[in-house]
Design a protein around this ligand. Sequence first.
Ligand code: SUG
Length: 446
Amino acid sequence: MLATEANFDGLVGPTHNYAGLSFGNVASRSNEKSVANPKAAAKQGLRKMKRLADLGFHQGVLPPLERPSVRLLRDVGFTGDDASVIARAAREAPELLAAASSASAMWTANAATVSPSSDTADGRVHFTPANLAAKLHRAIEHGETRRTLGAIFADEARFRIHHALPGTPALGDEGAANHTRFAREYGERGVEFFVYGRSEYGQGPQPQRYPARQTLEASRAVARLHGLSDDATVFAQQTPEVIDAGVFHNDVIAVGNRTTLFCHQRAFVDQQKVYDELRTKLDAHGSKFDALEVPESEVSVEDAVSSYLFNSQLLSSADGRQLLVVPQECRENARVAAYLDSLTSRKTPIDEVLVFDLRESMKNGGGPACLRLRVVLNEAERAAVNPRAWMNDALFTRLDAWIDTHYRDRIAPADLADPKLLAESRAALDELTTILGLGAVYDFQR
Ligand code: SUG
């Protein structure tokens, strides 16, 4: 059965704003308190989905979560009706209101880790929602994410959706942003590559300045839950110095597809050993492995972090060509632009570069790769996905109009105190559940 990779992008939610919530994520911190444009943000993401669907890729949509999260605010002791809860939080704990209001679920690379059915012991597609334990605004996502995944991948005979790992520092898990799968063909048994920032119980170097969000123990737990075998998994540590330079997820310094790993020279501890292990394990499956490594002399880690060169999508088109989907910021950095030009003129595994304006998401540290969750599916599994989640002309037109109806074009930090934002956001999500055929997935609908 022909398997392909589908990408499920997160629709940007109506509360998209810049609250500087992610210490260690340079863009989030440097744009703190600037004015966001949720309407533009949602449309930028939607246009990427539409363009990739037009190019023939399987493209799905994942819905935003209910924000502001009145539930979080109640959990930390604010009481009264919903409007009073928001008013009191705005007065007494604006940082908690900001955490409750983040549209961060748009970065679906952090929604879950996904293993295709050809890799798992029980032959189902496995999902483990990420606990995102490192940041409060993200740690509140996984329960709702599990519900929305369940509304899209509902067939339990084909899809297994686990609970998130316990949300504690020892098991910090950031999902697919730290996971890559290699295989000659999508439907063949693959090698799954897990990248962690530190080990809770083992020895090893640790970053000094910024937190390492993913632990080895969490990566191993996910591999166990998914029933992956030892000969088909590789675990590697991210270089602590690059975390300290702002590489808060592996997908800020590396991206892989099929047999290609495109990464920076300084991505991993013992980088050659990592390549050797990947090569050996892929070789045992009859598959080759190609590392396309970018040297520091051509693109520094700082350039990689500011341009998001590696937060790109590496996609195989139906005719076997590989496309690299990059954010516009890559064109605005002279060294990165020169590298990209040289890439397609030399003989490399990358045949074409596509550029997108994702400025609103980028200002929070989310590029093309952050916005999508990769799900390899065979034909039968594709047919079992909620059909309303697939991007096509009709869905694009409907969502574009839905954004026009419900989204503001400006949210400044003070606007988070506006109780009307809650009502607007709920009205938007209520209509969205109809558009996407999700059922009553949100708390306010139950
Ligand atoms: O977790 N930014 C997100 C960006 C996530 C990017 N995802 C991947 N690399 N896969 C984060 O740091 C900032 C929100 C704010 O500051 O308002 C934020 O959460």
